[in-house]
Design a protein around this ligand. Structure first.
Ligand code: SAM
Ligand code: SF4
Ligand code: SF4
Length: 352
């Protein structure tokens, strides 16, 4: 059965934006806090945090998701910041899993707190987990992420396997001169354990203030190095709206590349993003979010909220990463001063 008791098959077709792109996915950033300080995301010593009282409650979040499903959303990914820092996140998972018509609830996490939370997440019905892992070297982990927590991340992944999670993916941001020498060892590690690793090109979003095009390891270079080490990768037919292009290797392994910087996929982008304090963004590069918290707490009806959500998606024309590619001389997308005055521009606030 679907929303308000209607069979799912009778749900209206998804909303389409001005470029014809359907609304299908929601990234839900449940907190802007993090227990790591990855150099490409949170390189500063201090941050301006979202006020705690602005954070949407689980009931408010579930209400918005319930309204977004009839508009097209089918898959939801919990992210942050570090989503496992949000207290009782398995309770939120359970509330989301009870929403008719929502087909998948997944999570992207650095896995530091995963070991202790896996049983509750599994019991709540979380479908899949993606773990971010940029190095297998403890000292380098501390250098890249500001804290020496590699052992906990690895234990978290093992705990997820033991608890019965399947289809676990790894996200690796390769940065030249920092961890690109581990491309082969990270992929070997993933293949041996049955994880699908996706290499993500370094993006100039939010706190990536040290970004430069030279630091990006582009898709073509990744493919060439994989070919030299593992043999010719064969491109698989994957969902064109998925950010990763997936490849099979002669040894049976699979991996993906998310070429956000050199080959952006804006033309098929079906993703919306909700910050922990209720701003809806329709692009990772967006600077203006729709303030749903003000509406929720101002007593807006479901019809009024649905009208706002419909307006924002049907007026969407974002192509942030494509525009960035067309303007190679552009510096990083925002300045340190912009980030201080508007923390919503941070990747760890918007949700990567
Ligand atoms: N803390 C969680 C984690 O790291 O998995 C979830 C939030 S994090 C913002 C989500 C993803 O964004 C991570 O896989 C991270 O590697 C990626 N990310 C963050 N900053 C990035 C950047 N500048 N370029 C590319 N990917 C980035
Ligand atoms: Fe935290 Fe994830 Fe950003 Fe790293 S990438 S600082 S783990 S939010
Ligand atoms: Fe979608 Fe914006 Fe990313 Fe392009 S840059 S793929 S429009 S979120």
């Amino acid at each position: 059965m679907g929303y308000l008791g209607a069979p799912v098959s009778t749900l209206s077709p998804p909303l389409r934006d001005l470029l014809g792109r359907a609304l299908r996915d929601l990234r839900l950033s449940v907190t802007d806090r993090c227990n790591l300080r990855c150099h490409y995301c949170m390189p500063e010593r201090e941050y301006v945090w979202l006020p705690k009282h602005d954070r949407l409650s689980f009931e408010e979040l579930a209400r918005l998701v319930r309204l977004l499903v009839p508009l097209g959303v089918r898959a939801l990914r919990l992210t942050g910041g570090e989503p496992l820092l949000r207290r009782d996140v398995p309770l939120l998972v359970a509330q989301l899993k009870a929403i008719d018509g929502l087909e998948e609830v997944s999570m992207t996490t650095n896995a530091i707190l995963l070991e202790e939370q896996t049983p509750a997440l599994r019991a709540a019905g979380l479908d899949r987990i993606t773990v971010s892992l940029d190095t297998l070297l403890p000292e380098r982990f501390a250098a890249l992420a500001g804290r020496d927590r590699l052992a906990e991340t690895l234990r978290g992944m093992q705990a997820a396997d033991r608890a019965g999670f399947t289809g676990t993916k790894l996200n690796t941001v390769l940065c030249r001169g920092r961890n690109d020498d581990e491309l082969e060892s990270l992929l070997t590690f993933a293949i041996e354990r049955g994880y699908e690793l996706r290499f993500i090109e370094y993006m100039d979003v939010g706190g990536a203030l040290a970004w430069s095009s030279e630091a990006v390891v582009p898709r073509d270079e990744i493919l060439e190095r994989v070919r030299a080490h593992f043999g010719q990768p064969a491109a698989l037919d994957t969902d064109p709206s998925a950010p990763a292009r997936t490849f099979a290797l002669p040894n049976g392994g699979r991996f993906g590349i998310i070429a956000s910087t050199t080959a952006p996929f804006c033309s098929t982008c079906t993703r919306s993003r909700l910050t922990a304090d209720g701003l809806l963004f329709t692009c990772l590069y967006g600077t203006q979010g729709l303030d749903l918290r003000a509406q929720l707490r101002g007593g807006a009806s479901d019809e009024e909220l649905t009208a706002s959500l419909t307006r924002v998606w049907t007026q969407r024309r974002d192509r942030g990463a494509e525009e960035r590619l067309q303007d190679p001389q552009r510096g990083t997308s925002v300045s340190k001063a912009d980030l201080r005055s508007n923390p919503h521009l941070e990747m760890h606030t918007k949700g990567g």
